[in-house]
Design a protein around this ligand. Sequence first.
Ligand code: FUC
Length: 926
Amino acid sequence: MSRVSRRHLLSAGAAGAGATLLPLGWPTGSASAPAEAAAVADDLRLRYDRPAGTEWLRALPIGNGRLGAMVFGNTDTERLQLNEDTVWAGGPYDSSNSRGAASLADIRRLVFADQWSQAQNLINQAMLGKPVGQLAYQTVGNLKLTLPATGAASQYSRVLDLTTATASVSYVSGGVRFQREVFASAPDQVIVVRLTADRAGAITFTATFDSPQRTTVSSPDGTTIGLDGVSGSMEGITGSVRFLALAQAVTTGGTVTSSGGTLRVSGATSVTLLISIGSSYVDFRTVNGDYQGIARTRLAAARTLPHDQLRSRHLADYQALFNRVSIDLGRTAAADQTTDVRIARHAEQNDPQFAALLFQFGRYLLISSSRPGTQPANLQGIWNDSMAPQWDSKYTINANLPMNYWPADTTNLSECFLPVFDMIKDLTVTGARTAQVQYGAGGWVTHHNTDAWRGSSVVDGAVWGMWQTGGAWLATLIWDHYRFTGDVEFLRANYAALKGAAQFFLDTLVTDPARGYLVTNPSNSPELPHHTDVSVCAGPTMDNQILRDLFDAVTRAGEVLDLDAPFRTRVRAARDRLPPMRVGSRGNIQEWLADWIEPERNHRHVSHLYGLHPSNQITRRGTPQLHEAARRTLELRGDDGTGWSLAWKINYWARLEDGARAHKLYRDLVRTDRLAPNMFDLHPPFQIDGNFGATSGIAEMLLQSHHDELHLLPALPSAWPAGRVSGLRGRGGYTVAMAWTGGRADEFLIRADRDGTLKVRAALFTTAHTLGDLTDGSTPGTTRPETDVVQFTVRAGHTYRAARPGTSPSPSVPASSDPGPSPSSGTGATAVYTVTGSWSGGLQAEVRVTAGAAPVTGWTVSWTFPNGQVVNQVWNGSHTQSGARVTVSNAAYNGALPAGGSTTFGFLADGNGPHDPPTDLTVSTR
Ligand code: FUC
């Protein structure tokens, strides 16, 4: 797994461990004040005045990437619907259909002869995987707390706080205020439920597990209950993922007993319930993991920590990710209403803060469902209460899985992307077999879906499944991720997957007899029939666009890594023979090689605009004619769509630089038929891609970087006249902060990860402005290739500021960088230092310590401050300072790290800048 070492972070406005001490990122006094009151910290909350009852779409999601729970918050019961991300139906299987390769020539001939129905019939006989469908992601079950009936509750409130990743409930019953708070800890791998009351001895409840899976319940000891089970069978494949969920009560006051699978707490003043889940899934080939040992070990380790330490470790871990981006799009009194009411009224009221909330909710969901080492976020992230969810809650590759990860790099959550690259690695194995057995080809291939077992064959039926470029699209993500991080080791580690994806197409592309191009055959333009009931075709536009990206990616990666020159020559030759994009008879981008008119004019998929977004093959200035045709394509398809379809269209309109229309699509998505009360996006049903796609779309409205330049505020809608954002990331390795009023930019800050030449496009440059290097006080020499573009040389770690004259300098620059992992003392442990905020009199920073191949019991990190700073507060560590030399060792509770495990400590220091990271960071371990 790759380490993400070159990210550069910005200070955050959100409250957090130490963050409240920071000055907020931007001045508002100098420019005209925003129209409405400034955002308040409480605004990053989903708020409700009643329990979820039995409605799953009112319950609130928490997660740590692996473990997830939906918290219902009722007063007579509490239900935690539990998930573990590897609990999938079935077990390892080989999906390849050995009849495939022998039938391919016939299928291709039929397609080229326009005999599409016959081709589909043959595909359905010879190319579909075994089984024909893939397997489902499933629930673990529920933990239910039954509370005594104490009469009606009053002063009820239920909150999901995105700044702390906690779900909480508070109410008064029988004269006692009861509070519950739930979080899923990534550092400690447990779900923590804390129950408190303002009267001693007031907490009494029983707790039990239940599940639709095949399970047994038990009471392993006097304070614990267990749920031991195995995942369901499906498609003829026996369920084989074993799991154990444990819940243990730690109380202050009162008594605890456990027998026969029922936990009884009586007369306690406070209770911490720890929930631990282990699974036997090791990887797509192996399901014999020690699931009981995992559940027990995690529980025993968490049990040694007091609740406040579990909570502070959770906060430090979560906020290190979440706090990288702050956003303020304005605020009106609409934000004072409960979240469900805001959604219901969104069409009729001006509520710009809701866009900021939706944006941050997407980031919250990604942090909570996708962490290094976990499964990627599936169609429902990790939240699913069913044994047979829609579309199996798996990984649909022709839109949904890539969409889940569009915001990963742009919104500064680079490491949340890593599970996708692990999955790609798995697919190079299963997909190589499918390539060989079904196409007689080298390399690897994956079609429109995959699951925990990394199924790679054609599934569901030819109309949907006969699409060859799923793996190719996933492989392009490797290159795009590299464009953000510049992490050459990551590129090296993933190059084989890129090459294998390209190899498959070098082996299988065929010459279109009518036009002479190299094309995929058979394939489809995702899920859209070109004639009644037939979608199978050769060389659909999306395939050609994806393959251009794939071939470019593998060529450039080979150049960076200085590998495979002869292979690159072959790839370039194939790329040159791909069909170009064409403008069709309606002024649209043509979706197929022929100028067919789709029978379903308003179909949710608009796949042939992949070239507009996420790709950069259609741009306003590079290909103006195609750009105009893309606009026409969207007009013809219309604004309607499922949740994810609307979300993609926000991104499309942002790339068309039409902020008003992008905002209109965003509003279409914030309706009760597209957004559940808990803000889960509705296809319907719930599909998380719409949430992630919306977050990506809002980011694309504010910053674009797909065309070898940073484009600042490219699609700012009039609905957000004043605002500020910090921490967005651009390709090339840039971290950006921006503030605007009256629809016009006041100030930009850009921090460069690497030396290079930066091109910035912004309307600000067409009017009077200043530009300076904040790090060394110099004024960069610029060139002006276009009236709204400046180009200049940037240096790694320097921050550049452009502003309207008279805008007073921001007190907080997006300082920070990490110099990469430090040398270690032979144990392979590393430490990464990141400045998370800085101002004229001090800084806030975090250091992430990661164990090497061996577990450690403790660690010490040292460095020398470059400019005489003095540490005044450390969390998750204890420090000494002698002169400029600082030494931080683990606090008693957070020393031990498993092999590869990480922990983060943070600190505040006083002193005048510059606050660049030290160059002599060292870590030693015990
Ligand atoms: C594809 C889409 C559907 C849905 C499903 C999960 O089949 O066409 O709309 O998103 O994936």
